[in-house]
Structures are given as structure tokens and as C-alpha cells.
Ligand binder design. Structure first.
Ligand code: B4P
Length: 188
């Protein structure tokens, strides 16, 4: 199964993708996690990406394509994968189609997680206290939501046009949302 998980910051994408990885035994590919690792390790990519991430802006597409191509080239991808945080704009969606076509692993399903704006702010403010991520300040959260609305939300249409888009209600407990997602994945 090859799944793209879509949703605004704080919708629970990362949380749910990790659970799906365990339950479906497929690879979990989070561009947010890959970028934060690159920042921590102070790689060339990490040093370049940090200022974009700290401002809540998207890291440039060419950097992201290199990162995702490299990850999709790893052997665990052959069993299926869940993409969390990529694609984040239409150019990335088109680039991803080409990479996946080349490796013969096209997307089966795109699932969009929907959550109320008030809940998003609450979740990310809570995470700011618990984890201290540098992009979880109020001002940067607002910018991430603007970037999502302007650039990432249209990606759902890319998959809807092919009949591959499903929606899941992301409100409720982590376990409840996960059960809804599993039902969608099993229905195909
Ligand atoms: P991400 O790491 O993808 O950050 P995110 O959108 O906030 O999602 P995340 O997965 O962390 O949070 P989740 O909703 O699971 O990206 C960070 C930055 O990296 C971007 O702003 C950008 O700069 C850059 N980037 C990443 N990918 C890129 C790309 N493709 N192109 C360009 N730039 C890119 O969870 C949020 C919180 O809610 C958690 O604390 C969680 O515990 C909690 N939560 C989850 N489900 C819950 C539930 N049901 N109830 C209560 N709390 C819940």
C-alpha cells in the first residue's frame, strides 16, 4: 500500500503515519523528520533548510526533491510507504508522480486529515511546551497555516482528479482517528 497523508500542521499526520507504519508494516517517510535530522546534523541541506523552517515557510522544491528521491531509493520502500509532509505544493506533487513512475511505485491513496483551526492551535501550543520545537511559536504557527492554505491545500485536488482522495475526520482521540484511517485504507 502506498499512501500520501495530507493535512494542515497539527492535524496529526505525523502521529497517525507512525501508527500506520506499525500496523501496516510499511515505511514511514516524513519530510519534517528528515529535515529536522539534517538540521541537527548540520548537513549542507540542514543549514540551508533551517531558516525556511524556523519561519514556517516551505523549503525550496529542488532541495526537497533531492531528499525525497534519496529516501524513496531505499530498499524498505518496496513493501509500501506512507508519505507524511510531502507533497506540500503542486510542483512537488508533479515531481513525486515522476519519481514514483520511474521506480514503478505509484500512489494508491491520498488521505486528507481535517481538523478545526482552534484544535490545531491548541495541539501545537501544547507541543511547544512539551518539545520546544523552534517552529511552534504562535507567529510561526500562523504562517505555517497560511502557507498550508495557499500552497498545500490545492494538492488534495491533484489526487481528487484521479479518484484517489479520501477524507478522514482528525478530531477525537489518536486511537479513534487511527481506527477511521485503518477503515479507509482497508476499503481502498
Ligand atoms: P512537519 O514536520 O511536516 O510539521 P507539521 O505539519 O506540524 O506536522 P507534524 O507531523 O509535526 O504534526 P502532527 O500534525 O502529527 O513540517 C515542519 C516544517 O518542515 C514545515 O513547516 C516546512 O518548513 C518543512 N517541510 C516539511 N516538509 C516539507 C516539504 N515537503 N516541502 C517543503 N518544506 C517542508 O501533530 C501535531 C501535534 O498534535 C503533536 O504534538 C501530536 O502529539 C498532537 N496530536 C496529534 N493527534 C492528536 C489527537 N488526535 N488529539 C490530540 N493531540 C494530537
Amino acid at each position: 500500500m502506498r499512501i500520501v497523508l495530507l493535512g494542515p500542521p497539527g492535524s496529526g499526520k505525523g502521529t497517525q503515519a507512525a501508527l500506520l507504519r506499525d500496523r501496516l508494516a510499511i515505511a514511514h517517510i516524513s519530510t519534517g523528520v528528515l529535515l529536522r535530522e539534517a538540521v541537527d546534523q548540520k548537513t549542507e541541506l540542514g543549514l540551508e533548510a533551517k531558516s525556511y523552517m524556523d519561519a514556517g515557510n516551505l523549503v525550496p522544491d529542488d532541495l526537497m526533491l533531492g531528499l525525497i528521491e534519496e529516501r524513496l531509493g531505499q530498499p524498505d520502500v518496496a513493501n509500501g510507504f506512507i508519505l507524511d509532509g510531502y507533497p506540500r505544493n503542486l510542483a512537488q506533487a508533479e515531481a513525486l508522480d515522476q519519481v514514483l513512475e520511474r521506480i514503478g511505485q505509484p500512489v494508491d491513496l491520498a488521505i486528507s486529515v481535517t481538523v478545526d483551526e482552534g484544535e490545531i492551535v491548541q495541539r501545537l501550543s501544547r507541543r511547544a511546551l512539551e518539545e520546544g520545537r523552534s517552529d511552534d511559536t504562535e507567529e510561526v504557527i500562523r504562517n505555517r497555516m497560511r502557507v498550508y492554505a495557499g500552497q498545500t491545500a490545492p494538492v488534495a485536488g491533484h489526487y481528487a482528479e484521479r479518484g484517489q482522495l479520501r477524507e478522514v475526520d482528525g478530531m477525537g482521540s489518536i486511537e479513534e482517528v487511527n481506527q477511521r484511517l485503518l477503515d479507509i485504507v482497508r476499503a481502498g
